[in-house]
Design a protein around this ligand. Structure first.
Ligand code: FAD
Length: 401
């Protein structure tokens, strides 16, 4: 009898953790992992690349370091569609590959909410390429200021005030002194604005904690425009609505971090979905497809305490990776499937290198201790998937980095 074929799509938090867990089980199976690039990147640190604080190498490592070549094959290719009834996956260069069990973990994409101009003028932060583009774009605008003396080249508009926006702004404000020196531009003319539709900022934290974080950013000169839905982006402006009136802010750098949806391959493959997220069964399989597991940001899992899906996070993605691997083992051994359960350990939001706010295991943290906690959480996850050597080679044991 031929070995069962397990295919994992995506080598992000969810996919790579599933791979690591499956390999450790020493099952008699063949595993194939498909990813766009040969490397894994830690999406939770993309803002550091976007702000120019760190280079891409710092937050990425080669997938082959996690692979057991005796059992697993890496295909560096782009997934086009999953033919769920035929149990095949179409890849851009390789063509069709077949599977007995599939783990679908293709992560997230930027959400435009259908707002005019976003696709053209908004700069998303969703992977290494887009994060690097934000940094390069801002540098180009700063250098153009000296040719034109147009202040719009020194204006950065960050759309949305969710986690990614706040973490990006936090890091950018700390990078600014270096940037203005490098491009010889006047720091007093640099404007960083954050435009948010909701009137409450960082609502996931208690009010005092959120105020502490926002005040830190205001002290660094950030202008928050809140309760103002964005209506349109143009090449050099963000148009928003305030008290029923349309207003605009000039900016040549427009960072679009208002929110994310799951991979568009979810919809292309015909799964029942909402914003490219599949409401999975409690064993993490897609409804009607017991051999297809959907995990990470492409999945939605209901939180019975709030009656809403859990927010998509690396934390839940990692746990789902382990659970999906356990359930593939259970299927192969004809044992009962393990229902997925999740308790969030907390959330920490960076406001720039050694400052953060967070709620961890019911305790509120702020300032340096919170930033250390953020780094400990990130390093722990990196050790568990990539190994201690990778953490050390990336200089990640330095908590003042
Ligand atoms: C700036 C930022 C900060 C964040 N901070 C936190 C935090 O503090 N805590 C937290 O828990 N979460 C945080 N998140 C959210 C977290 O990063 C995501 O929830 C998590 O990355 C989801 O994991 P995933 O495995 O589903 O997707 P990803 O980690 O995005 O992995 C998807 C993988 O699939 C690959 N891929 C995508 N499409 C294709 C295709 N068509 N073909 C082949 N390969 C493909 C990608 O290259 C990638 O390797 C943050 C996100 C951002 C952007």
């Amino acid at each position: 009898m031929s070995k069962a074929k397990v295919v994992i799509l995506g080598a992000g938090y969810a996919g790579l953790r599933a791979l690591k867990s499956l390999q450790s089980k020493r099952l008699d199976i063949d595993i194939t992992i498909v990813n766009k690039n040969s490397f894994h990147y830690e999406s939770t640190y993309l803002h550091e690349v976007a702000s120019g604080a760190h280079n891409a190498e710092r937050i990425s490592y080669e997938i082959k370091t996690v692979i057991n070549p005796k059992q697993t094959t890496l295909i560096e290719d782009t997934v086009v569609v999953v033919n769920k009834d035929d149990k095949t996956v179409e890849l851009e260069k390789t063509g069709l590959i077949s599977f007995d069990y599939l783990i679908f973990a293709l992560g997230f994409e930027s959400e435009s909410f259908g707002i005019k101009g976003v696709e053209h003028y908004g700069l998303p932060v969703v992977d290494i390429e887009t994060a690097q583009k934000v940094d390069q774009h801002l540098r180009t605008q700063f250098s153009k200021y000296n040719e034109t003396k147009d202040d719009a080249y020194l204006s950065v508009a960050v759309c949305g005030a969710g986690f990614t926006s706040i973490e990006y702004i936090g890091e950018l404000t700390l990078q600014l002194p270096k940037l203005v020196k490098q491009y010889a531009v006047p720091i007093e003319k640099v404007q960083i604005s954050c435009i948010e539709a909701m009137s409450t900022l960082l609502p996931m934290f208690d009010e005092k904690l959120a105020d502490f974080g926002i005040q830190k950013l205001k002290d660094r000169g950030v202008n928050f425009i809140v309760g103002t839905p964005i209506k349109e982006l143009t090449a050099d402006s963000v148009i928003y609505e305030e008290a029923g009136e349309l207003k605009s802010i000039k900016a040549k750098t427009i960072v679009w971090t208002t929110g994310v949806k799951g991979s568009s391959i979810v919809e292309a493959s015909g799964f029942e979905q909402r914003r490219n997220r599949v409401m999975v069964e409690n064993d993490l399989t897609a409804p009607g497809y017991p051999d297809i597991f959907i995990i990470g940001d492409c999945s939605a899992v209901m939180d019975s305490s709030t009656n809403r899906p859990y927010p998509p996070t690396a934390q839940i993605a990692l746990k789902q990776g382990i659970n999906a691997a356990d359930n593939i083992e259970a299927k192969l051994k004809e044992k009962a499937m393990k229902p997925f359960t999740f308790t969030a350990l907390g959330t920490v939001c960076s406001i720039g290198n050694n400052q953060a706010i967070g709620e961890v295991l019911g305790r509120n943290l702020k300032g340096y201790p919170a930033s250390v906690m953020k780094k400990v959480i990130g390093d722990r996850s990196l050790i568990e998937t990539g190994g201690v050597k990778i953490v050390a080679t990336k200089g990640r044991f330095d908590f003042y980095r």
